[in-house]
Write a protein of this length. Structure first.
Length: 99
């Protein structure tokens, strides 16, 4: 009977170890995705700032495109803030979980 329990324990342990390797890769992929999105957001913010500078100095060539760049940057920032808020809430939920 103990041999059966030992086999089950070994199987569970081996499965957990292999799952940890996969979750590590997933974590790295998610981390890379976030880094790429933050870089993209930064680029969008810089484009919006340049558009606002062009508007302020009167050097704007296309007011419509400048307005689109500013609106896009605003929407991207709101989206990133929501992602951040969801991540913080998920972290808080995990820390409150009793094991």
């Amino acid at each position: 009977m103990n041999n059966i329990n030992d086999l089950r324990l070994n199987t569970i342990t081996n499965n957990n170890l292999s799952n940890n390797k996969n979750s590590s890769n997933i974590g790295d992929e998610f981390s890379q995705l976030l880094k790429n999105e933050i870089k993209s957001l930064n680029k969008t913010q810089e484009e919006a700032e340049a558009a606002m500078t062009d508007i302020a100095t009167g050097e704007v060539k296309d007011l419509h495109q400048a307005a689109i760049a500013i609106t896009k940057a605003e929407s991207s920032m709101k989206f990133m803030l929501e992602v951040r808020n969801k991540a913080i809430n998920a972290y808080k939920e995990i820390t409150r979980t009793q094991i």
